[in-house]
Each structure stands twice: as structure tokens, then as C-alpha cells.
Design a protein around this ligand. Structure first.
Ligand code: ADP
Ligand code: MG
Length: 178
């Protein structure tokens, strides 16, 4: 039976690490998987998922979520998606179609943007998921658990600004401001 597993949290909370940890287990169990990320995320590599600590895994970069339905192979047991918040409204129907075909779908992404608002389709995907793992980073001001992503004041204001520590910090609720 298909199912949806969400891995969410702020930037630097270990979402990509956790996704790759689960996929490593699938490798050991010899369960075929396909790993995707939005082509817009080219921070460290074009065709790899790379964690902030440097762990990496080959993936297929795609423009639109819907392509996953075309690319999915019959023997695939797991479809994994990193940076899922960057996909548009096509994400949810695509996930539901994959789940309907019996796939285990792992979805890693930011739950909120730096304004504290649900990011893309992540809120809806979470509502329909069998399991949600909400990770926390370390607040860069006080060292407590960080649930939010803070965007430094000196940069761009569009919702999608792909960046790293140059633009963003993990912060606890007390030290975070939109
Ligand atoms: P995500 O995919 O959630 O952005 P990654 O899996 O890429 O996170 O990276 C997690 C790693 O980021 C941690 O293991 C740690 O080495 C590093 N890191 C850097 N800054 C922080 C922070 N403020 N809190 C937690 N981890 C951090
Ligand atoms: Mg990540």
C-alpha cells in the first residue's frame, strides 16, 4: 500500500540528511527508489541532493512535479522528493497519484517560509500524510531548538530566494522575526 511520509522543519534542521538516511536503508533493503529535487535548487550541485554537512546522493532535477508520474518506474518502491516546497500546485495531485499507484512517497521540505507562512503545498501534503517528522535546527542566537527560518534584512524580498548562510539563519520563535 502507498503512503506519504513528510520530513519538515526550518533550514539547517537536517531534512536532507534524514531523507538520505531513509534512502540508505532502502539501499540496504534493496528497495528501488527514485530521488528528485526541483531544478531551481542548484546551490551545491545540479544533479545531487547535498546536505549542509556535505552528505550527497544522486538525484534527478525536474522543473515540474508532474514529471514524476511520467518518470516513475514499475519496480520503484519509493519516490523521494527534496526541497518539495519549491514545487507549485502540481505537487499534491502528483503525490496522490504516486500513492495511488502503491508508492511510498517521502517528501522533505520547509514547512514555513521566512515569513512564518506555510510554504507552497507543504501544509496540504502534511494534512494528507501518514507520518510527519518535524525536525528542529539550532537557534543561531541562543542555541535553543530552532523552528523558524530567519532571512537577513539585507537581501531580496521575493518568497523564493535560493540561498545559504549568506541569506538565512535558523532561529527559535523568541529570536525569529518575519
Ligand atoms: P536541511 O536539509 O534541513 O536544510 P541539512 O540536512 O542539509 O538540513 O543539514 C543539516 C546540517 O546542517 C547539520 O547536521 C549541521 O551539520 C548543519 N548546520 C548548520 N547550521 C546549523 C544550525 N543552525 N542548526 C543545526 N544544524 C546546522
Ligand atoms: Mg535540505
Amino acid at each position: 500500500m502507498g503512503k506519504i511520509e513528510v520530513i519538515c522543519g526550518p533550514m539547517f534542521s537536517g531534512k536532507s540528511e534524514e531523507l538520505m538516511r531513509r534512502l540508505n536503508r532502502a539501499l540496504i533493503a534493496k528497495r528501488p527508489f527514485q530521488l528528485y529535487k526541483p531544478a531551481a535548487d542548484s546551490r551545491y550541485s545540479k544533479d545531487e541532493v547535498v546536505s549542509h554537512a556535505g552528505k550527497k546522493m544522486k538525484c534527478t532535477p525536474i522543473q515540474d512535479a508532474g514529471i514524476m508520474v511520467e518518470l516513475v518506474e514499475k519496480e520503484t518502491k519509493i519516490v523521494a522528493i527534496d526541497e518539495a516546497q519549491f514545487f507549485g500546485p502540481g505537487l499534491l495531485p502528483t503525490i496522490l497519484s504516486l500513492v495511488g499507484a502503491g508508492k511510498r512517497v517521502m517528501v522533505a521540505g520547509l514547512d514555513m517560509d521566512s515569513d512564518g507562512v506555510p510554504f507552497g503545498s507543504m501544509g496540504s501534503v502534511m494534512a494528507m500524510a501518514e507520518s510527519i517528522t518535524k525536525l528542529r535546527a539550532v537557534c543561531e542566537v541562543c542555541g535553543e531548538d530552532a523552528t523558524h527560518t530567519y532571512r537577513r534584512k539585507d537581501c531580496d524580498t521575493s518568497q523564493i530566494l535560493v540561498g545559504e548562510k549568506d541569506f538565512y539563519e535558523a532561529r527559535c520563535r523568541a529570536h525569529w522575526i518575519p
